[in-house]
Design a protein around this ligand. Structure first.
Ligand SMILES: Cc1cc2nc3c(=O)[nH]c(=O)nc-3n(C[C@H](O)[C@H](O)[C@H](O)COP(=O)(O)OP(=O)(O)OC[C@H]3O[C@@H](n4cnc5c(N)ncnc54)[C@H](O)[C@@H]3O)c2cc1C
Ligand code: SF4
Length: 509
């Protein structure tokens, strides 16, 4: 019988993933490879590399126990070619294999690389998601506007989550009106579960420190789970302790509690230690057993079967050129403050410091702090895409790129989101306590202490007035700008240009 390779990538750590389901342990050889190219094509955060490599090693042990032969390349193996394709070819020669089974990677870059291999590669659809590619494409066919809410309702019907027959439980599809409150410091808020690194995590961490010494981000302390048992514990802990407050605190930001009631489950979902359906069912059970209110559970499930599936559908249906979109024509370099250079803007300083320390920031920090600032400053979306891909522990292109380029930067011209997420400092002031500790004054629109989010917001409205005036959700902003006196407008534009010039010149702003 012809020997076949079965490729398992670092985000495919699921025992019944398509390639394993189609393979035969008696005949096929599983190939897993830690390679430098994957750690460096973007300068990934050390905690992200450590999580993936540790979880891969543990998954390989599990596969061997289950009877698979695993050809595993370690980062420090002398024969390692340090690319995924190089390792596939090396193993093909070693085992005399001419065929390979693979689950379709979550990134066009790797799909194209595997397709170019001189091996007969059977690329199977990744069926760990709720919607298949064909289902998403059929849903999108003929629609002028792609709105997540409609797609989400179909996913509710498909999964039966929070449904009574064909009606949503409680009579409403969406309980956001009850969510999204400003958070208050609360000593009783449960802290997320922290995992102490075991021997294997320590061994990998030492390797990561040696191999990627210049990457942005602190490796230690490292508190992530690295196997399915740990991920299940994190899920159980979240549904019991944090889910009840998830809805209320979903959009809030606090200086002294950067995690609030978020689940921190995205890395486990994205590398395959948890499946989306089991996570949603656990949340639904929490509601059914009276442990969490409907507004929290519906909001949480919507993020997973709604947003997560929707952005994946967009990524794959749009194709590889999505990553080059730049509808607003922004060209600025990424300001050094994103890599930790000092800034007087407390909101950005907090969000970046937290990212450096934890490889994590929650959605609103990504969208309304680092994202909104980059958008309004006119940063090239490709630079922001590379940054988000590098610095977050859960960042894989299929989910990161649509969120960054589409939702946060409007680079796809409004395909994914209905409006650019531009906002003055008032939004951050409403949803956080950051402004209280800031050297700028959130109430000042101009002057020496004017909040840069205010300056840049009106600058953005002015620059993109044609686009915004035709947008039902932003048109009012253009009218407000038009009502300001010409002198005031000129002052805003002069001061915002001066701010950007100082930032571009490398000054701390
Ligand atoms: C600019 C930008 C970049 C982002 N990059 C990524 C990324 O690389 N990887 C990633 O998984 N998410 C990304 N997100 C979405 C979201 O910020 C993260 O999923 C979330 O912060 C993960 O933390 P959590 O598990 O505590 O989420 P929770 O707030 O607890 O939410 C629960 C789950 O819902 C899912 N989810 C929530 N929002 C989204 C969304 N917009 N898109 C997809 N899934 C969502 C996640 O799986 C998450 O684990 C990005 C958002 C923005 C604005
Ligand atoms: S005042 Fe402006 S810059 Fe400072 S924290 Fe508030 S929004 Fe951020």
């Amino acid at each position: 019988m012809v020997k076949r390779l079965v490729l398992i990538l670092g985000d495919q750590l699921t025992p019944d993933i398509a390639a394993l389901k189609a393979a035969d342990p008696a005949r096929d050889i599983v190939v897993m490879a830690e390679v430098r190219a994957e750690g460096t094509y973007a300068p990934h955060h050390p905690q992200k590399i450590a999580l993936i490599l540790t979880a891969m090693r543990k998954f390989a042990v599990q596969l061997r126990k289950a009877g698979w032969q695993v050809a595993y390349s370690r980062l420090d193996d002398p024969d390692n070619s340090h690319t995924i394709t190089g390792e596939c070819l090396r193993r093909a020669t070693e085992f005399g294999a001419s065929e390979m089974l693979a689950t379709r990677p979550g990134e066009w870059r790797l799909i194209e690389a595997l397709e170019a291999l001189p091996l007969k590669t059977h690329m199977l659809e990744d069926d760990r998601f709720i919607a298949s590619h064909a289902e998403f494409d059929a849903w999108r066919e003929g629609r002028k506007q792609l709105r997540m809410e409609w797609f989400y309702r179909d996913m509710r019907r498909k999964t039966g989550l929070l449904m009574e027959g064909d009606k949503p439980v409680g009579g409403q599809w969406n309980y956001d009106a009850e969510n999204r409150k400003r958070a208050k410091p609360d000593l009783l808020r449960p802290k997320p579960l922290r995992f102490e690194p075991d021997e294997m995590t320590e061994e990998v961490s030492t390797l990561v420190e040696a191999q990627f010494p210049k990457h942005f981000g602190r490796l230690r302390p490292f508190h992530w789970a690295t196997d399915r048992a740990g991920a299940l514990q994190a899920l159980e802990y979240f549904t019991t302790h944090s889910l009840p407050r998830f809805g209320d605190e979903q959009d809030a930001m606090l200086s002294d509690d950067s995690l609030l009631s978020h689940s921190l489950l995205s890395p486990y979902l994205n590398i395959g230690l948890l499946t989306p359906i089991e996570v949603c069912q656990a949340a639904e059970t929490a509601w059914k057993t009276g442990r969490a209110p409907l507004n929290a559970v519906e909001g949480f499930i919507r993020q997973i079967i709604g947003w997560r599936e929707f952005v994946r559908g967009i990524y794959f249906s749009e194709g590889p050129d999505y990553m080059t979109r730049n509808a607003l024509g922004h060209t600025r370099d990424l300001p050094p403050l994103y890599w930790g250079a000092e800034t007087r803007m407390n909101c950005l300083s907090r969000a970046v410091a937290q990212t450096r320390d934890l490889a994590y920031a929650h959605h609103i920090q990504r969208l309304m702090v680092t994202g909104t600032f980059g958008l309004m400053a006119g940063v090239d979306p490709a630079h922001l895409h590379e940054w988000y891909l590098a610095v977050y522990i859960d960042a894989f292109e299929w989910v990161e790129a649509p969120n960054t380029l589409g939702m946060s930067q409007f680079a796809d011209g409004g395909l994914l989101g209905s409006k650019p997420y531009a906002a003055s400092g008032a939004y951050i002031n409403r949803m956080s306590d950051y402004c209280e500790g800031c050297q700028y004054n959130v109430k000042d629109r101009v002057g020496p202490k004017a909040c840069p989010f205010n300056l840049l917001f009106w600058n953005f409205v002015h620059r993109h007035r044609d686009l915004l005036s035709s947008n039902p959700r932003m048109g009012q902003m253009v009218r407000t700008w038009d009502k300001m006196t010409p002198d005031h407008q000129a002052q805003v534009l002069t001061e915002s240009a001066a701010f950007l010039a100082r930032m571009d010149g490398g000054e701390s702003v």
